[in-house]
Design a protein around this ligand. Structure first.
Ligand code: FE2
Length: 362
């Protein structure tokens, strides 16, 4: 089974190449961004130029922050409806694009804040255009939107076929201005998505060429991008791997590897990719017996051993400065066990297994 209803334009000048398709969505767009990265990356200017040529009016909604809240989604929904917009363009990392997806659905189905996760009420959408400026979430190729409920401090997502972007314009040059910490954390997020394509009980051999190639691209290029941020070739590799990761989880969904990090992000503000990175080795060790043949195939493709991979991970020094208080562990295990990603583990993961992974971080 393979399903991906998003038109993806990848590579140099992707926004300009999207010209003909952008014209199909209407005459007024809500631009969903944060305060800086859309502008800094050059993506916003490129989009505004194209919209100008097409005589498409742009309404700016630039209040999206990291880990966007349900309130932000409702604010964007009100602005979309008040301006009679026809479609949305999410520009930035995962947060603006995920917000654009949620706004599309709440606006089209006239949903209130408490209905954002009510998938049965999703009957129609407004088209979403995704322009990523980080290489990590892969949200440009998924049906997922990850939001945070500020009232409960819970980070949770929804997935629905109507949330796939209609068009994704993916140009690696927008990542050239990313600082090293964001480059690292987002690349590790992609790496998690690719590995979860192997861990997931929905794993799908059609995806293995993308998964293997994606992991190789990150393994061979992450250090290059960290040491030489303007090296377009390395940025291109990470962007491509991120897209492969998105395509992968759109089919397999994510697993404990993601669930375990959500409370670290919503309670302690650990960036999403870093939260994945600090548990990457113990999660792989936990899953290894269940997916041994496939992981062995991956490492023989990479021509390295698992031990070499763990050394490479160690070299990224992700655990430095992260310390989880023991009382947090017991308090959050029920939330982790209840998250929807847990349905995709290769076997039933127990509370004890989660505790022993988190204890390594305390
Ligand atoms: Fe992720």
């Amino acid at each position: 089974m393979h399903y991906l209803p998003t038109r993806i334009i990848y590579g140099e000048n992707a926004v300009r190449k999207g010209f003909v398709y952008l014209n199909r969505f209407g005459k007024k767009a809500l631009l969903v961004t944060g305060k800086t990265s859309a502008r800094q990356s050059g993506a916003l200017d490129d989009i505004l130029n194209v919209l100008n040529q097409l005589k498409i009016e742009a309404v700016s909604f630039d209040s999206v922050t990291e880990n966007p809240t349900l309130e932000t989604v409702m604010e964007g929904t009100d602005l979309f409806l008040a301006n009679n917009c026809d479609f949305l363009i999410g520009i930035g990392g995962g947060s603006p694009i995920d917000s654009a997806k949620a706004i599309s659905l709440t606006a089209a189905n006239q949903l209130g804040k408490n209905e954002i996760y009510d998938l049965a009420k999703f009957k129609q959408n407004y088209p979403v255009v995704a322009v990523p400026t980080t290489a990590g979430t892969g949200t440009e190729a998924t049906q997922f939107s990850v939001l945070t409920d500020a009232a409960t401090q819970k980070k949770a997502g929804f997935g629905h076929d109507l949330a796939f972007p209609a068009l994704s314009l993916v140009d690696p040059k927008y990542t050239l201005s990313l600082p090293a910490n964001i480059t690292l954390h987002t690349a590790i997020d992609s790496l998690s998505h690719l590995l979860e394509g192997i861990y997931s009980n929905q794993r799908n051999p059609l995806l293995y060429p993308l998964i293997f190639k994606g992991v190789q691209l990150i393994y061979s290029n992450l250090y290059k991008a960290l040491h030489n941020p303007l090296l377009l070739m390395a940025r291109d590799a990470l962007m491509c791997a991120s897209l492969y990761g998105g395509i992968t989880i759109s089919h397999t969904s994510t697993t404990l590897q993601h669930s375990i990090g959500y409370p670290l992000t919503s309670v302690y503000g650990v960036p999403h990719g870093l939260a994945n990175g600090i548990v990457m080795q113990p999660i792989m060790e936990l899953y290894y017996p269940a997916v041994k043949a496939d992981l062995d195939d991956l490492f023989s493709y990479l021509r390295i051993s698992r031990a070499d991979f763990f050394l490479w991970l160690d070299g990224l020094q992700m655990s430095a400065g992260v310390s989880i208080p023991p009382e947090f562990i017991d308090a959050k295990i029920p939330e982790i066990l209840a998250s929807r990603n847990m349905a995709n583990n290769p076997f039933e993961v127990t509370a004890d297994a989660i505790r022993s992974i988190l204890e390594q971080l305390s």
